[in-house]
Design a protein around this ligand. Sequence first.
Ligand code: SF4
Length: 66
Amino acid sequence: MGEYKILIDKEKCIGCGACSAILPDFFEIEGGKARTKKSEIKENEKQKIKDAVSGCPVNAIKVIKK
Ligand code: SF4
């Protein structure tokens, strides 16, 4: 059961691939935009996602509490 959700702002995403390079289990690039492979994440995975959030050059990734 996921407690958090990853949101990717497709308008902002430039498809740079940083998120999928950092966390290939969570992100992939499809059609030039990032998408989540796991939309629901657990508390213990949240820290990892923060690396991708801060690594995104256009701040397109957000983690929200469900
Ligand atoms: S790091 Fe940000 S801009 Fe780059 S592919 Fe991922 S969501 Fe898109």
